[in-house]
Design a protein around this ligand. Structure first.
Ligand code: NAD
Length: 273
């Protein structure tokens, strides 16, 4: 029942399940969610400068007394901090707010204008040992090709919108060729478009004695995807953790694949400035 791990191209591992903390802006709500998550066995937390909760997250983690080396912390550099010096400053500010001296993973949040110079700063921070693994988010194939053509290190991970209605099969195949780990944001479809009420998911939930959310999260796990579902509800935080005690058959994975509509539920990566 342990949370499985995925290995990056540099040998560093990432817990395949983490807690996303997007929209958790209330300190009490966030610290309670962190307490419940830690108790349930989560050690991986996904934040970003733009979520405005790095300081609360750092404080909540310290209060629970988990040794830093047992935690896996991800943050992201926002669009207006792109550029070499800007990124270095933004990274240090994130460390200061989180109250730590290194990050396990740092991502370029969106492929906005100056991502090449941003990446060069991240390569240097990585080579200095201040970040254990570096990656990107919301990068399309053309962004990855451009980045790889102009910089040294291939991103270790790409965090992109992914769920059964938008499985990212084409991007996924490209990433697999370059040993780029696939991480899903909005793994449950962000509660949109009634994804979790689809008959296929209700049927599988019944069959496995699980909830539709657990079926969807397990579908990601079977695909080797890292998931960071967000919830502040204790029962759901625990529910989302309970996905390592069963497996889906190939046939059932195929049934879930029929939910692919090819439509994103959220913002398009090419629309960023
Ligand atoms: P999500 O798919 O995790 O959906 C979260 C919502 O699903 C919750 O608000 C809740 O309403 C519902 N939910 C959670 N658990 C449930 C359960 N067991 N049963 C039923 N409903 C449940 O969407 P998200 O929060 O947008 O994505 C997860 C994380 O990904 C974020 O918290 C954030 O860390 C990250 N993220 C990154 C980007 C990016 O641009 N890189 C964008 C969005 C989110």
């Amino acid at each position: 029942n342990e949370i499985t791990k995925v290995t990056f191209s540099n040998g560093v591992t990432i817990p395949q399940l983490g807690l996303g903390v997007f929209k958790m802006k209330d300190e009490n709500e966030l610290s309670e969610a962190i307490r419940v998550a830690l108790e349930a066995g989560y050690r991986h937390f996904d934040t970003a400068m733009i979520y405005e909760n790095e300081a609360f997250l750092g404080k909540a983690l310290k209060e629970n007394g988990i040794p830093r080396e047992e935690l896996f912390l991800t943050s992201k550099v926002w669009n207006y901090d792109h550029g070499y010096e800007e990124t270095k400053a933004a990274f240090q500010a994130s460390l200061d707010r989180l109250g730590t001296d290194y990050l396990d993973l740092y991502l370029i949040h969106w492929a906005s204008a100056n991502y090449i110079e941003t990446w060069k700063a991240m390569e240097d921070l990585y080579n200095e040992g201040k970040i254990k693994a570096i990656g990107v988010s919301n990068f399309q194939i053309h962004h990855l090709e451009d980045l790889m053509a102009h910089t040294e290190i291939i991103p270790m991970i790409n965090q992109v919108e992914t769920h059964p209605a938008f499985p990212q099969d084409e991007l996924r195949a490209f990433m697999a060729q370059h040993a780029i780990v696939h991480e899903a944001w909005g793994p449950l479809g962000q509660g949109k478009n009634d994804l979790l009420a689809q008959p296929v998911l209700l049927e599988l939930a019944e069959k496995y004695g699980k909830t539709p959310a657990q079926i969807v999260l397990r579908w990601h796990i079977e695909r080797g995807i890292v998931v960071i579902p967000k919830s502040v509800t204790p029962s759901r935080i625990r529910e989302n953790r309970a996905i390592f005690d069963f497996g889906l058959t190939t046939e059932d994975m195929g049934k879930i694949a029929t939910l692919n509509t090819g439509e994103r539920f959220s913002g398009h990566p090419d629309d960023q400035e």
